[in-house]
Design a protein around this ligand. Sequence first.
Ligand SMILES: Cc1cc2nc3c(=O)[nH]c(=O)nc-3n(C[C@H](O)[C@H](O)[C@H](O)COP(=O)(O)OP(=O)(O)OC[C@H]3O[C@@H](n4cnc5c(N)ncnc54)[C@H](O)[C@@H]3O)c2cc1C
Length: 502
Amino acid sequence: METQKTDILLVGAGIMSVTLATMLKELNPDFSIIIVERLDSVAAESTSGWNNAGTGHAAYCELNYTPEQVDGSIEIAKALKINRAFETSLQFWSSLVEKGALPAPENFINPTPHISFVWGERNVAFLKSRFEALNQYAQFADMEYSEDPEVLKEWMPLVMEGRDPTQKVAATRVSYGSDVDFGSVARYMMEHLEKQDNFELALNTDVVVLKRGVDQMWKVEMRNNKTGKMRVINAGFVFLGAGGGAFSLLRKAELDEVGGYAGFPVSGQWLVCRSPEIVEKHWGKVYGKASIGAPPMSVPHLDTRIIDGKKALLFGPFAGFTMRFLKNGSSWDMIRSISLDNLMPILAVSLRNFDLLRYLIKEVLKNQKARMKSLREYFPNARDEDWELAYAGQRVQIIKKHPNKIGKLEFGTEVLATEDKTLAALLGASPGASVAVAAMIELLESCFPEKMARKEEGKEGEWRTKLGQMIESQRYEKGRLGYDRDLLQRVRQRNIDILKLQ
Ligand SMILES: Cc1cc2nc3c(=O)[nH]c(=O)nc-3n(C[C@H](O)[C@H](O)[C@H](O)COP(=O)(O)OP(=O)(O)OC[C@H]3O[C@@H](n4cnc5c(N)ncnc54)[C@H](O)[C@@H]3O)c2cc1C
């Protein structure tokens, strides 16, 4: 069996691994890096353009990031954080465009206004409060609000045409929102990586065994799915960017750190319209309010999509239940992931999240007629013949132990690292690809604290300095983008100019 050594091994060729590999090569070009991918192409799972909604999540339009509190106030901390995280991705991509590592921005990101739209007295009151809470912050100062049907008709004609004129409606809009083809971002970054020395992409290669080897190295055994040939790589640092596949890999590694963890997969479907006369009439991502019990990422939205240069409209997602952790995974994924240590958390979550189960059952039972009925709430004149069903990727939510509730369902993402910081994994699904850059910086901070130290911690780490040259906000203390108006304006304008977002 072939045995080889590498500094860094990343499992999975989705946006997370490719972002981390790109960053590591910028920070230390001498690193030897291998990316291992079980499929025959890059970004073919959740990162693929059609497997996700391509929303550059900046919290401009997603109402689930600003929940209403019991006292009627709006919690905006999450929205502010996600907005900063997305601005971090935009800074990184801008730098890569400037240095020619990414092509002209229209190949992967396109300006698409982000609109929140609601109807009914109560929802209108909520949207107004949300707007007032956010608009006082520089990050959201350009957000517009209107209850005027004429204005809304201008913003989103398809949504307003054929609507009951007595219905009370309201919307907010941020004009420099974006539609991102994350599949293209990952593929372009991979092309750039492949031009560099000491880099290898191993496709059709499944990691089957992961265990601690000698000298603090990880012994990673893999099989070529085409030839059946086995290969062993000893790696100094391993990142599991395997999407839903990370759960089973962590179990294989028998880490104490993952005791009690389990995955809860939710699949998705879209209605897609490619008819040019309709597609040309809509420009934006129009997000509404989620149904009761719906997981946060199942908020309905009507989106302009631009994938591989082609325009389409997408409506959804319609959630479904599945046992697979990857779209190209096995129906046994979930069953195989259950063990004695995570059984109780799984049972606790199943019993406590009754609204979610009821929501999923309702979604699974929806036929095309019911799906079109949901679409007509956003596009009243939609015709059956213009829309077809397409399948999205898998999202695997985290179930973990909780001291009081026994088990808890998490809808965010989590970076998990071993105590010795030689292996890290990304679990969870939301906000997802949009915050890949911030998530990977968090991972670097956790696993390479000295190199990533900030000035205010004493001595600025070597990697922090280099990162600051690409991502200006990384030169300063955490969160500064949120309160330093000059910095925000400078960074945002640069992103808008380079990525042509307005
Ligand atoms: C329906 C839906 C809508 C979404 N909408 C948005 C959105 O609008 N905006 C947004 O920002 N995010 C969105 N997301 C989330 C986003 O798509 C994901 O967070 C992101 O793509 C995850 O990237 P990743 O690299 O972690 O995983 P993936 O893209 O899934 O890549 C993981 C890779 O690992 C490989 N792999 C797995 N196991 C192994 C193994 N044992 N050996 C080798 N390779 C392996 C897989 O084949 C796969 O290629 C959405 C997701 C879904 C499902």
